[in-house]
Design a protein. Structure first.
Length: 512
């Protein structure tokens, strides 16, 4: 177990780096920051030359791979780090110098436990991408297929484990400092981050996520997921189908190749809505570098280390909230927040509906291309404190991904609007899921399942209340109040036995 001294030393070292880039200034000046935490931040920046303009992305990149991932997580939380910091952290580039090819080969051999010639005819030495956790090489299998081979960096699990250990310790120290920090739940934020990275550090789980998403997206033929080569995939190596496409970030190349950018944007938005609302399992890292266009105006996604999952009840609430904001039904949106427990019951539904109206109406008056999901989320964050809204970790990834998808779609078609494109899809899903036919179907399914459980219920009742045996039933006993005397029940029993003996001796003494 790491000592408090080690954690403190790491935090001071990291804090010093953040201070040199001006990344602590916003938190230090925030009036909601507890005085004790503000004093610690001042100690961290003591003597440092703080730049006028904070360089948030540079600061986290200087701290290493685990900090880069944490920074990407905090980019979804402007309510914690502030709007400027969240915007700065969105520019974090998860790109680092590649590890030598000899190290890659050693990692592959150790992972497969067999010669590489048995699996690959060729592996290109220069990686096509190098990130903080893994890097990717193009290769050809022994049966002639072109594949992408993703390899974990050596010792990356240990590096992340040390960093997360200190993040957890720090969150536990600052959460009790004030009510505002408790509302933001930093310990839960770090726990969510820990789970995300655990999934990314096990490439078999990433492969499973890719396979599951491919099955779910069979209803969206315009959105493709590369096939997994399970025979060449382990916990430290992931091999998948190679994709020859154009990154959605390269708009000029897309135009030159004759792609319909409006159609690509529509495909992307519909694919995201189907994942998040219809299936409840979505790709949560849909930035431009992970999305490619292939012939037929189809979109291919890669890199499934970060995935989000939402249960059906939360998806129903989400769909109703989106549709209510689209149609201006703020009262219903407010009611859903109370039904879901997002807003404590001691607040007034009408007041919250009015606050939502203040968020939604200004956007409804804007031109289509100026209406933004990101703008809406920023406005919603601004009212969370007034209504004591507790952070909902299961929605953090969704919020981040919504903003990300809208940004990619807008870069393809500046006139597209997520609200307009999402409206028909959300309306149809609500009708199918919440309409009278769906209600009847749900009730029938629930009733049939209940009937199917009846035999097992009867057997458990019989086991709990078996048939009488050969002994006659015991006579009913009169209820007698039991008084607790002295230090325990044994004194009551002793007193009762003693009294019974005394009575018996009086009545039947001569007989004895």
């Amino acid at each position: 177990m790491t000592s408090a001294i080690v954690h403190t030393w790491r935090l001071l070292s990291w804090g010093r780096t953040l201070a040199r880039h001006g990344a602590l200034r916003g938190i230090e000046r925030d009036p909601n920051t507890p005085a004790r935490l503000r004093r610690l931040l001042r100690v961290a920046r003591f003597g440092a030359r703080v730049p006028e303009q904070p360089r948030y992305a540079d600061a986290f990149e200087a701290l290493g791979p685990a900090a880069i991932k944490l920074g990407q997580t905090l980019a979804t939380r402007p309510d914690i780090v502030g709007d400027d910091a969240a915007t700065g952290l969105l520019r974090l580039q998860d790109a680092v110098p590649p590890i030598p090819f000899a190290v890659v080969c050693a990692q592959l051999k150790a992972s497969f436990g067999r010669p590489l010639d048995d699996l690959f005819a060729e592996i290109e030495e220069v990686p096509v991408g190098a990130a903080s956790i893994a890097q990717v090489h193009r290769a050809t299998t022994t049966d002639g297929r072109r594949v992408a081979v993703k390899v974990l960096r050596p010792n990356v699990e240990e590096d992340f484990a040390r960093a997360i250990d200190t993040y957890e310790w720090a969150a536990a120290q600052i959460e009790p400092m004030a009510g505002e920090l408790a509302r933001l739940q930093p310990r839960l934020v770090i726990e969510t981050f820990k789970r995300w990275t655990a999934r990314e550090l096990d490439l078999r789980r990433e492969a499973a996520s890719s396979s599951e998403l491919a099955e779910n997206m069979s209803a969206e033929p315009g959105f493709l997921v590369p096939a997994i080569d399970w025979q060449r995939t382990t916990g430290k190596v992931l091999t998948s189908e190679w994709i020859d496409g154009i990154k959605l970030s390269n708009r000029a190349a897309l135009v030159a190749a004759g792609y319909d950018l409006r159609e690509l944007a529509r495909v992307l938005i519909h694919a995201f809505l189907r994942q998040a609302i219809a299936d409840g399992f979505f790709h949560a890292d849909m930035h431009q570098g992970n999305l490619f266009a292939v012939p037929g105006n189809r979109v291919v996604a890669i890199d499934f280390g970060i995935m989000g999952r939402i249960d059906r009840r939360a998806r129903v609430w989400l769909a109703e909230i989106l549709y209510g904001l689209i149609t201006g039904n703020y009262r219903r949106v407010a009611e859903i927040h109370f039904e879901a427990g997002y807003v404590p019951a001691h607040h007034d539904v009408g007041e919250f509906a009015t606050a939502l109206r203040a968020v939604g109406e200004p956007m409804r008056g804007l031109p289509v291309k100026e209406m933004s999901i990101g703008m809406m989320l920023d406005s919603l964050f601004s009212i969370t404190r007034d209504f004591d809204m507790i952070t909902q970790p299961h929605l953090l990834l969704l919020q981040k991904t919504m903003v990300m998808v809208e940004g990619v779609a807008t870069s393809l078609d500046p006139d597209i609007n997520l609200w307009e494109t999402a409206g028909p899809f959300v309306e149809e899903w609500i009708r199918n899921e919440l309409g009278p036919e769906a209600a009847i179907a749900d009730r029938l399914v629930a009733d049939v399942r209940t009937l199917a459980r009846l035999p097992d219920l009867v057997r458990r009742i019989e086991a709990r209340y078996p048939a009488p045996g050969g002994a006659p039933p015991a006579p009913p006993l009169r209820e007698i109040e039991v008084v607790r005397i002295g230090a325990g029940w044994r004194y009551v029993a002793v007193a009762a036995i003693s009294a019974a003996i005394a009575v018996a001796a009086t009545l039947f003494g001569t007989a004895w």
